[in-house]
Each structure stands twice: as C-alpha cells, then as structure tokens.
Design a protein around this ligand. Sequence first.
Ligand code: GAL
Length: 821
Amino acid sequence: MRKKLYAMLLISSMVFCACSTKQETVRTDTLLREWQFTQDTTENPVWVNVTIPHDWAISGPFDRANDLQEVIVVQNGEKEPTWKTGRSGGLPWMGKGHYRTRVAVKKDKFYTLVFDGAMSHADVYVNGEEMVYWPYGYNTFDCYILPDLIQNDSVDIDVYLENKPQQSRWYPGAGLYRNVHLVETDPIHIPTFGILVRTPKVSKEYAQVTIEVDVQDGVDEISAQNTEYSVQTDILFNGKVVASTEGRQSVAEVLNPQLWTPEDPNLYIARTRVLRDKEILDEKETRFGIRSLSYTPENGFQLNGETRKFKGVCNHHDLGPLGAAVHKDALRHQITMLKNMGCDAIRTSHNMPAPELVELCDEMGMMMMIEPFDVWNWGKTENDYSVEFKDWWKADISNMVKHYRNNACVMLWSSGNEVWNQVLPDGISIVTELQDLFHQLDPTRPVTNGMDQAMHVIHNGFGAAVELPGLNYRTGRYEEAYENLPQKMILGSETASTVSSRGVYKIPAVLKDFAIYEDYQSSGYDVEYCPWSGLPEQDFQLQDDYNWTLGQFVWTGFDYLGEPSPYDTDAWPSHSSYFGIIDLASLPKDRYWLYRSQWNKEDATLHVLPHWNWEEGDLVPVFCYTSYPNAELFVNGKSYGKLRFATPEETELMAKGLPVNGYGSQEARVSQMPKVGDFVPPVWGSAPRPELLPRYRLMWFDVPFEAGEITVVAYDEKGKEMARESVKTAGEPDHLEVIWANEEENPEELCYMTVKVVDKDGNLCPKANNLILYEGDGFVAAANGDAVCLDSFVEPQMHAFAGQCTFIIRKGTEGSFRMME
Ligand code: GAL
C-alpha cells in the first residue's frame, strides 16, 4: 500500500505560557510549574527537569509485573485469590519520587504553599525543615513557609512522595500530578479556605448572600473582636458591583438574581478586602452561584424549585493517555462531550477532584457529587486508604468540604463508595460521624453513600442511617429499598457498568454476563455486563417510572486506566476499563447515542450500528438509537420494516412471555435472550431485564449481510420523514481524515486530533489497525481506546483501533500524519 502524507496542520497561533500568575492588588497566586525530579535514591541522584502537572508513570513502560495483585474480588464471585493483571493500569506508578525547586521570596511578605493534590504520602520540606505531611494523594492541602525560614531572597522546596503497591483498585497516577501554588500575601491575610459564601434565601426577585471571612496575622488567627482590621465584600456580576457588605460575618442582598443552573450557569464573584484604615492588606475573589437545592420525598431533587433527575456519570480522575496529570483543556473536552450527550452531572469517584474540574463544572454548567473515599477502615487492597482512615478522615473531609462548599455546581457529597462497613457492626456509627462532620462544615447539601450490599443495608439500619440513600446497581431491589427505607427517595449513585469496546461487534447480539472472547474485547452492541452490573435500560426504566428515584450516575462516562473487567484475571495485556460510554481516546462508543437519545432533550439523535463490513452469509443485528418515535431500516434500498419503541405495558407482557401484537421481530429475539437468574446470583438483584431493551432501542435481528449501504429513516408520529443515517461498506484503507475534535472549545494548549483511516471514498475502514505516525512539533500524547494495546501513550505513533485513534498536539505547532501499512 502507498504510504501517504496527509493533512498538514497548523493549529492556530496561540502559544501557551508555561507559568501563569494571577495578579491581584495585594496577593499573587503563582503556579510553580518548573521543578527537578528524580527517583534515584543514591547519594548523588540524577535530576531531570520537569514541568508540573507531571505524572511520572504515564510514559511507561507497561508491564504485567507492575502492581500485580493477588486478591479476591468478591464482586467477581471469587472465594480464592487470583492474579489480577492490569488492575491498576500496568504502569510503573509505585515507588518513591522526589521533586525540588527554588522560589524567590521577600522578607516582608507571607507565603502559603497550596498543593492541589500530590500522589502520594507527600512530605514537604522548606529549606530542609518539614512543613507538612499529607498521605492521601487526591486531597488539597497547604502549608506556610514559616517567616523564620526566609533569610535570603529564595527558599528551597523539596517534596518527597511514595506510592505503595496495592494502594489502589485503579490507576492512581504518580507525582506532582496537580498544580502547586505559591500564594504571596501581606502577613495580615485571608487563609486558604478562609471565605465561606452561602445563599440561604433564593427567589427570582431576591437572594440573600451570607459571607464569613477568617483573617490571620501570619499563622495566627485574628479574633473577630479585633477592630484594627475591617473586612468589606463587594458582590459582582459581569464585572459590575451589585451589592456590598461589611464585617467578618455579613449578609448581602441581591435583587433579581441570575440563578445558576446547568443550562444557564450564571456566576457571581464575592470580592473580599481586608483593610487597616483605608489600606488594602488583602483582597480575595470567591466565585459562587445563586441557586437553591432541596431533596424531599414529595418533590425529589429540586434545583431552584424545579424537580429534575440527575443524568450523571461517574468518572475516575485519569485523562487517558495524559495519565493523572491535570489539564484544563482535557477536562473541558470531557465536559463538552458529556453535555452534548445530555449529561448534567458528574460523580468524582472515588476521590477528591482537581480544582480545575470543579471550576469548569461551575462555568460550563455540570452538577457534581463529590466523593472522597472508596474505603473506610476496612481495606479493599492491602495499602489503600484504610491504613490512614482512622487518623486522617477528619482532616481529609474538612479540606475537601472547605475547598468546594462555595462552588455552585456541587449538589451533594458522598461519604464513601461500597465501604465494607455497610455490613459491619461499626458502619452506622461511622456513617453518622462522617455525616455530622459534613453537616457541621456544610449544612446546605445532603450526604449520600454508594451502597452495593442492598440485601443487607435495606434491613440492617445502615441504609436508614445514610441521609440520602444511594444504591450502586441492584436495580431489582429499588422497590424493596423504597418500601423499607424511611427517606422515601433513592439515588442511583452508581449504575449500569455495561461493558463494550468501540467498534467491535460480536454476532449474534445476545445478553451476556462476563463474556470472554479471544481478542479480549467486549461487544459493541451494548448487551454485555458483569455479575454485579447491568444494561442502561434497567436504569432508564427506574428513572422513568418512579418519581421517588432521584436520577443516576452511570459507571462510567469515560474509560479509565486499570480495572479491565471482564478481563481482569490473568488476562494481560488488558489494562484499561471497558465500562466507559466514551473510550480512553475520548472517542464515543455507540452507547453514547443510546444515552443521548434519552437525555439530550434539545437535539435529535439518530444513530445506527454496527459497521457494514461483514462476510457474505452473515446474519447481522442492526440497532438504532434514536430520539424519534420510530424508524425504518433499508439495506441497499430494501425495507426491513419500520419499528417503534415498545410501551411500558408491552414490556410487561414480553416479560411474561406473552405475545405483543404488531411488534415484529424484536419480540421473537427478546424471548430468546437469556433470562434473569440464568447466570446471575439472584441475591444481588442487578440482572438485566431483556424485555426492557425494545422500550429504548430499535433492533432488527438477523439482517442478511449484502455489501452496500444500510440506512435508517426516522419518522415522527404522523409518519413524516425527519432524518436518515447511513453506513456503507468500506473498501481498502486509502488515506487519513483528520478532525480537530476540540476546535470549538478554543483550547488554551491541547488540541485533540481524531485520526480516521478511510477508503478512497471517505468511508471509515472499521477494522483498520494501521500504524499512524505524527511527524512534526508539539506532540503530547496518543491513544486508540483499545484496552489490550500496549503502544506507548508518549510516542508520536499509535495503531488505529477500529479505524480510529486520537493524537493530542500542542496548539500553535505544525506537523502531519502518515499512515503505515
Ligand atoms: C463498582 C465500584 C466501582 C467499579 C465498578 C465496576 O462496584 O464502585 O469502583 O469498580 O464497580 O463495575
């Protein structure tokens, strides 16, 4: 095949500045970007220069031996330990790392170092003196540079980190993977979490805003009675002052407030000044939103008095080929894709998010559930947070809540995920203690808990003790939970966990639990799941049919590194998840359009699958995910019939095996699908209900393949054609098509380039796995979404997977892509 040079790129001219300083009048917040790094523990280590955020493990190499875990995964139905390969990503994140830098300081100023997160067990030294130790790698913490240490015009900062094997059930990342801030103020200053803004009264006409401010002199708190210093706060909207108050605790009134919603994320700024007479000693801006929240059995979850249900996803913190290193452009791209799907909420599972994510959710309109822990005092892996829980939970919850309680997008907290204490005698007392601390710090939001032991917690008191009960999976037990729990509301805190590989279709399309194939992929027909999990339809149905459900958070929005179920037991090289609605290369799987068809009420959805490159004689299922009421399938112009969605009543008849008039071929195939209980321990109560599928997807089974074109034509209720969508049989790979996927998001630095292998007519070659080279400047990372592929994320070449891959290129640079055979 010819080698082709294609698509010269000049990605705009804006060049990113490596160090950004936010200059306010009397305080500066400088990101410390340039550090030296070593993992060499000898006396004269070799240092390398790095720019943070930095994840020391993402460059690999992948190895089965990296954090190989011999464990029992109860959810897999295991009773004996087995070898879990790739469970935490197969990358070298374990071990020690040391970062150092030198920063300029002034004797008459006061300095605070703020770490947005450091993975992990961070020990921070300034001029050789230990300033702070913080074990949990996800939380924000700070420390002062004690004035005595400032003898010259600079200080040396050393950060020692250590990651232990079996510290995590997923890829944690490694190093200074989030930002480090040097905050310079007057000694009289507002400390890191020193401002609390609340909106206790909210209506369309009027809002009350309360502001509480802490002031310090160096490391000492200044009492509110001290009259030497005064505090003033202005409330600004679109740069204009709309209200002003005075005092350490004050109340402002905002007339005709512009409320915050996901659809219209209006934000205000509280600009707080500390003054001595007229001299401004400190000035700090706090962004907040005006909105009200309530959760009641009568009205469910209400935002600004309007009932809505969470259409949410859970996400881990890694950003695919960028690893755990935080990048605002990558997060913006994630949120943009999710919003386009109709998603309005993210659960940060199971740890504290990067501040950049919370800021973007505020700005872009994405609600959040923030969850700090995957364990309490009983571990899931040997060196996980259970080792620290007893000594650190208070500090960890405090920093997290203080950090994010001013953010408009945060709708609720979660005290933990599937903690073993659900079924242990100390569970109720721990959950109560944790909730009390959350409420002390923030009485305005409820606290949920992701419970998976439904059969126990519904009856053992734990579920009743959780303020807002959240069920992980267990769709078959929702009604039992509703009937027995006093709260009379159920949140789908974690749902679905359907597994699929983008663009890989297994025929026939049959519902399967823990399906294992030789290629280590899962079917793109969205019909496969794990023993504890299910299919999207189960949760759609619960949310649609019961007003006591509060919405759901699907596991997961994006694929992540580690936890490659169903290929987690001795199935190397599988090393990343199959659960994502969107793959590790940020390319949507078909499921994206299934959720979009239900969730996005603004834009119509019409999507047909699979690809149309099969063997003569194959009987191919064709599925259509659409927001239109019905559609007709044509193969090379010949109709295979028009289908509509089944009504709730019809699905009940199908469940009983009764005939449904005029329902066509779906009914026949649905009745052949394995039934609940065939393969799932019924006690878990999560098994899919096959009869629900026709309520949410249109399915033509056993369509004889003939090369050419399939088309779905969508109609409205009156039979008028509304849209059509086609897939053609593709020929040989001929050239590349390159699409700048995040161009409209106007990224500051990172451009996501989707590279497609296409035939001479521009049709995607759905099985192409050609090696793609990037030749030019500004290469950052590449991925293809194949959980089995061991291509390095940091080399400018990547195999296509199902015809596509993604390159992340620095903005303002030039290069081209080349396709190899
Ligand atoms: C849940 C768990 C998640 C993830 C998921 C996979 O039980 O909370 O962290 O492991 O299963 O389906």
